[in-house]
Design a protein around this ligand. Structure first.
Ligand code: BJW
Ligand code: ZN
Length: 256
């Protein structure tokens, strides 16, 4: 089956007719850039570590050196990685939508900023970013784009511990991002979930919320997920190189 056959015609029709599309992305979108996903059995970040050992405030309090090293290694590796054709297709979709007077909202759970690097505008980061580090004591935030940190853990001038600006389990999502997401979901007529396992809340509930308010919902993902049965279209496949689902979707849109 060719990729073009995989994108249903009635999905293209809905997309063309929609007034406000919301895209929610997850780690699968960055997989073909070389960023490990979280839950892939062999290569995922949680294949080697338990999330509660590294991605919670309790883990950081218990062992700030370990947690800082882990995020620093990921940060340094990320510096050598680049956006893929899936990120670029999402940029093209945004431009396609805005040039037709449609509303477009991009929500991401990713902390890598590869959407920004590709050229996406107004990205709403639900889980923060690995690039900005914040002092736990005085709250000062600074972008860290250089090489490996000289010491682990990282200390602020005030003496406090600096932590990655990501959202850990048990923490609230940034309020502005959450409000923007809720607002977009309340007014969208088409919702696309891309490259996410749809297990981490509140983002995992967005597709259902969009559906409940009457939007059509599509999922583009390599594997089936808990939302696959509730969506109107479930397109299985990789998203990130030129022969895969998102670039193919963009080619189909440009024909219209
Ligand atoms: C491809 C592909 C390719 C591969 N092409 N596809 C309601 C019910 C139950 C629990 C809760 C609830 N509400 C809140 C909770 C608690 C918790 C939660 O959801 N737990 C669940 C695990 C059960 N949520 C929270 O704590 C959140 N905070 C919150 O809700 O605050 C209020 C509150 C607190 C406590 C209780 C109640 C309320 C915060 C969540 C923060 C998540 N943080 C992380 C780590 C970020 C830092 C870091 O980078 O280390 O965010 S966890 C991790 O998972 C990361 C991701 O953003 C997130 C989602 O993962 P994602 O992106 O979906 O990746 P994967 O790996 O899971 O999936 C990749 C998919 O891609 C797969 O399906 C592949 O098939 C596919 N794929 N290659 C296309 N090439
Ligand atoms: Zn400080």
């Amino acid at each position: 089956m060719t990729d073009s056959a995989r994108i249903p015609d009635d999905f293209i029709e809905s997309l063309t007719a929609s007034a406000h599309m919301v895209i929610l992305t997850g780690a699968g979108v960055s997989a073909e850039s070389g960023v490990p996903t979280f839950r892939d059995a062999q290569t995922g970040l949680w294949a080697k570590y338990r999330p509660e050992d590294l991605a919670t405030p309790q883990a950081f309090a218990r062992d700030p050196e370990l947690v800082t090293r882990w995020y620093d290694e990921r940060r340094v590796k990320l510096a050598s990685l680049a956006p893929n054709d899936g990120h670029r297709a999402i940029v093209a979709m945004q431009r396609w939508a805005l040039s037709r007077g449609k509303q477009f909202t991009l929500l991401t759970q990713n902390v890598d900023r590869l959407h920004h690097a590709a050229g996406s505008e107004d990205v709403i980061e639900l889980h923060g970013t690995l690039w900005v580090w914040r002092c736990e004591s005085c709250g000062v935030e600074r972008e860290e784009r250089g090489g490996p940190f000289a010491s682990h853990p990282l200390r602020c001038e005030c003496g406090g511990l600096r932590r990655p600006g990501v959202v850990w389990f048990g923490e609230m999502l940034p309020q502005a991002a959450l409000e923007a997401a809720e607002h977009a979901i309340a007014s969208c007529d088409l919702f696309l979930s891309i490259g996410t396992s749809a297990v981490v809340y509140p983002a995992a509930g967005f597709a259902q919320a969009a559906k409940a308010r009457g939007a059509r919902v599509a999922e583009f993902n390599r594997d089936p997920t808990p939302i696959s049965d509730l969506v109107d279209w479930s397109v299985q496949g990789n998203s990130g190189n030129s022969a895969t689902t998102l670039p193919e979707l963009m080619r189909r849109l440009e024909e219209n």
